[in-house]
Write a protein that binds this ligand. Structure first.
Ligand code: SF4
Ligand code: SF4
Length: 161
C-alpha cells in the first residue's frame, strides 16, 4: 500500500469518527465491466503477491478460481482479470459471483484510501469538515437574521403604541 493511500485512509477514518458520519455509496452500475479487470485480491488483509498465495486463496474459497493473473504492479502486487466477464461486459455467472463482487464498491475501499474510477457509476459521498463548517455558518447566519427580524418587528410594534 502506498503512503498516500495509507494516509488518505487514516484521514478518512479519523474524519468519519470525529463527525460521526459514515460514508455513503451512491449511484448505480453502468455495467461497463471495468471493475472486473485489473483487480487486486487480498487474503487475510494482505494483497496477493505470489501465485502460491493465490492458489492458497483458491483452496480456501474456490469462487476465486475465475481470476487470472495478468501482471504485477509496481509494488509487486498481483493484478487479475476475471474469466467470467462476457464480451458484452456483463458477468456470465452473476448469481454465483464472489462476495468481493457482490459487495462492490465496499465502504472498506474508501476507508483504506481507495478510489473508484472516475467513469464508474458509483461514487463515495462523505461529509467533510468544510461541509460541517459551511452548514454551521449558514445556520448561524439564519439565526442572526431571525433575531434581527424579530427585533425590527418589536421596534415597529413599539412605535405603533
Ligand atoms: S466500474 Fe462501476 S459502473 Fe463499471 S461495472 Fe464496475 S461498478 Fe459498474
Ligand atoms: S465474477 Fe462476475 S462480477 Fe465478479 S469480477 Fe468476474 S465478471 Fe466481474
Amino acid at each position: 500500500m502506498s503512503m498516500v493511500k495509507l494516509l488518505t485512509g487514516l484521514f478518512r477514518r479519523f474524519r468519519s469518527f470525529v463527525l460521526k458520519r459514515d460514508v455513503e455509496v451512491v449511484g448505480q452500475c453502468r455495467m461497463c465491466g471495468k471493475c472486473c479487470r485489473g483487480i487486486l485480491l487480498k487474503d487475510a488483509g494482505r494483497f496477493l503477491k505470489t501465485e502460491k498465495q493465490f492458489r492458497a486463496l483458491c483452496q480456501s474459497d474456490p469462487l476465486h478460481e475465475c481470476f487470472r493473473i495478468v501482471r504485477q504492479d509496481e509494488f509487486g502486487v498481483l493484478v487479475f482479470n476475471c474469466s467470467k466477464l462476457g464480451n458484452d461486459n456483463i458477468c456470465t455467472d452473476y448469481e454465483s459471483r464472489p462476495a468481493l463482487c457482490s459487495n462492490y464498491p465496499a465502504k472498506s475501499l474508501y476507508y483504506h484510501g481507495g478510489w473508484l474510477r472516475d467513469d464508474c457509476g458509483y461514487s463515495f459521498k462523505a461529509v467533510t469538515f468544510r461541509d460541517v463548517f459551511m452548514r454551521r455558518k449558514s445556520w448561524g447566519e439564519s439565526r442572526f437574521t431571525d433575531v434581527l427580524q424579530g427585533q425590527i418587528e418589536q421596534d415597529k410594534d413599539k412605535r405603533k403604541l
